[in-house]
Design a binder for this molecule. Structure first.
Ligand SMILES: Cc1cc2nc3c(=O)[nH]c(=O)nc-3n(C[C@H](O)[C@H](O)[C@H](O)COP(=O)(O)OP(=O)(O)OC[C@H]3O[C@@H](n4cnc5c(N)ncnc54)[C@H](O)[C@@H]3O)c2cc1C
Length: 625
């Protein structure tokens, strides 16, 4: 018998109020066993169980999956200071980009009570505007950044294994001619690239004749010789969402659309004023007072501003030429990088790495099945990082440089989408923006109260950076706790429960897609591929109890069903159409304006009725575990 949605909502609210769900039972059981393995009991997991209880609340009661009102006060976090507090925590992480989400995840997994606040959506700035490579950075060898390249190469396979659904190996073609660096230098560079760190499954580099290879087909006939090497690809915004999800499942509170407005030293740490905004209107909805023992400043391009203006810590003069070993407070250099997306330029699955006339590197990468992603530029940036956009000169530059390589030239009117981001780079006083180091530095201090600032960084090194940051925060809080992320999968990345045998990330995800369709024969290949890539093994939870497309609720836009929207809203902090269309997925690229509007209308409709409970309650609840 079909019940109306409002009946479902009412029943669900009642059920939530009365009995813990099977999902919650499983959560408790899982947490108990994790705690047991660590030699503790569920209580040692801090507020995790309470968080899961909070997740069980209908959305009308908790606009976030995790509500600060429901926060537990852990013994470690109780402090005496001025004024009433909405929340206490060990560490407040400011910034929901890859570094903030990664650090929150690491700290929460070590048992610290953590609150992560992001002023906009997760990954709404630099961390969704990258070239999306998990790479050592071949070109940094030229700048003799051997330790950075080695560090990044070591991380490459660690990351690819942790989340084979959102990251995968990618082969790159480097066309070569006499005007470029000499062949011996390229060979030496690639040899180093192959050998600076251990490789288990990424193939090594080799020379290729482009004359008689499909890899040469899209290129102008003059390009006859080249090289092929390995790196990795990542869906950057999904990586951030998965880190935040993992953090939350390990007990962290994650508050999006929440800005750290004032951070002042207080008894036993910091007193922080957070301002929450409505995702649609941008209007402030609430002020929260939080006491934190330590602050992690992971505000990316805003890191310097947060430290100086919000935390009142005066920046030191930059150490010229001293970074990354010096202490560079006040040493961020902002460099804009822009990308364009055009309809697919070639059929094979390799990417190209081209050298521009100015010796800069430009990538052309297969993107979202039907497109090619081209970037990036390097432009000094002095304005507000919140308002960064590609300009006509950058588009013209990218089109022009690609024209030197491709048989089919591209022009600005071919561009179907573009994006720009600001790299928060550590200023090492190098003249050119391209030459500035991509390495990071962590600056930790105990005065006026414990704080740690992240300067610079790359997506590729986020896990290592987070691990080192968590070590340093532990030192500031006087207790060292064990690192754990080097072998831990991200949510959905553990395919070992599903597959009999794990081989390498690329084969595993393909095998998983086959399994998914065997278990759910009604699922067509397109949706199976998209969901296995987006959610990995969590796709099975999304499909738990679902036996046909109609069980997924209404199809709001092609292949986008209500069940997925509820899941993203409930589990991944998606509050607007853009959160779904441009960050949790790139469906926006495939949709018409009317289809995008339909998604916006769905979110607006939810708002009008005051936020409804999920349609497929079992499915959403069980996905939280
Ligand atoms: C064009 C370009 C290409 C790149 N390509 C690659 C690549 O291929 N591979 C790679 O490894 N790296 C790449 N990078 C680097 C990588 O993207 C960045 O190093 C990384 O995303 C930085 O993450 P972050 O968390 O430090 O900053 P962000 O992602 O910007 O996150 C900082 C967050 O802090 C929030 N915030 C600021 N102030 C406050 C406040 N007061 N309260 C609450 N929240 C606040 C902001 O809203 C923001 O979301 C690229 C970067 C760019 C720009």
């Amino acid at each position: 018998m079909q019940r109306s949605l409002s009946e479902n909502v009412a029943t669900q609210k009642k059920a939530n109020a009365q009995v813990p769900s099977p999902g919650l039972h499983r959560a408790r059981h899982t947490l108990a066993s994790i705690a047991h393995k660590r030699g503790g009991h569920p209580g040692t997991m801090g507020p995790t169980v309470d968080r899961l209880i909070a997740w069980e609340m209908p959305l009308s009661d908790a606009t976030d999956r995790v509500s600060p009102e429901g926060a537990a006060v852990t013994p470690a976090s109780v402090g005496r200071g001025s004024g009433p507090m909405d929340h206490h925590c060990d560490v407040l992480v400011v910034g929901g980009g890859i570094n903030g989400a990664g650090i929150a995840r690491d700290l929460a997994g070590r048992g610290w009570s953590v609150l992560l606040c992001e002023q906009d959506d997760l990954a709404s700035h630099t961390s969704s505007a990258s070239t999306k490579l998990i790479h050592g950075g071949l070109r940094y060898l030229e700048h003799r950044e051997f330790s950075l390249v080695r560090k990044a190469l070591q991380e490459r396979e660690v990351l690819l294994r942790s989340a084979p659904h959102v990251m995968w190996p990618l082969r790159f073609v480097l066309p070569h001619d006499a005007s470029m660096r000499p062949v011996w230098m390229i060979r030496l560079g690639l040899w180093l690239y192959d050998h600076l760190a251990r490789r288990e499954f990424l193939p090594g580099s080799h020379a290729v004749s482009l004359r008689d290879s499909p890899l040469g087909e899209p290129l102008l006939p003059g390009w006859t010789q080249g090289f092929v090497y390995s790196d990795g690809w990542v869906d950057d915004a999904r990586l951030v969402a998965l880190c935040a999800l993992d953090a939350a499942e390990r007990g962290a509170q994650v508050l999006t659309r929440t800005r750290a407005e004032r951070v002042v030293p207080d008894v036993g740490g910091w007193r922080v004023e957070l301002s929450r905004r409505d995702a649609g209107t941008g209007r402030e909805t609430r002020r929260l007072a939080v006491r934190a023992r330590a602050i992690v400043n992971a505000a990316g391009p805003w890191a310097e501003q947060l430290l100086r203006d919000t935390m009142g810590v005066p920046p030191e003069a930059p150490k010229r030429g001293g970074a990354p070993s010096g202490a560079p407070a006040g040493a961020l250099r902002l460099v804009k990088g822009s990308h364009i997306v055009v309809r697919k330029l070639f059929q094979h699955d390799h990417a190209y790495i081209f050298q521009g006339r100015d010796r800069r590197i430009i990538f052309a990468i297969p993107y979202e099945r039907d497109f090619t992603l081209i970037g990036t530029t390097d432009v000094e940036f002095k304005d507000d990082p919140a308002h960064v956009a590609i300009d006509a000169d950058e588009t013209a530059y990218l089109c022009r440089e690609l024209g030197r390589y491709l048989r089919r030239p591209i022009v600005p009117s071919d561009v179907v989408w573009s994006y720009a981001g600001v790299r928060p780079l550590l200023d090492d006083a190098k003249g050119s923006a391209s030459a500035v180091t991509r390495d990071y530095l962590l600056q930790a201090q105990a005065r006026p109260a414990p704080w740690l600032t992240v300067w610079g960084g790359k997506l590729t090194t986020f896990r290592l950076l987070s691990e080192q940051a968590a070590d340093q925060v532990g030192a500031l809080l006087g207790e060292s706790r064990r690192a754990w992320t080097d072998t831990a999968p991200l949510p959905g990345g553990d395919l070992s429960d599903v597959l009999d045998e794990l081989r390498d990330p690329a084969s595993d995800i393909t095998a998983f897609q086959v399994q998914l369709r065997q278990r759910h024969p009604w699922l067509d290949l397109g949706l199976a591929k998209r969901w296995s890539r987006a959610y990995g093994s969590r796709a099975l939870r999304l499909l738990d109890g679902v036996s046909s497309r109609s069980d997924l609720g209404a199809e709001i836009a092609p292949d986008l069903y209500e069940a997925e929207l509820f899941y993203l809203r409930r589990q991944e902090w998606a509050l607007t159409a853009d959160d779904v269309l441009w960050r949790r997925s790139k469906l926006g690229l495939h949709y018409t304006p009317a289809q995008r509007q339909a998604v916006a209308d769905w979110f607006a409709g939810l708002g009008q009725v005051g936020g409804q409970a999920f349609h497929h309650s079992e499915l959403t609840r069980s996905a939280a575990v």
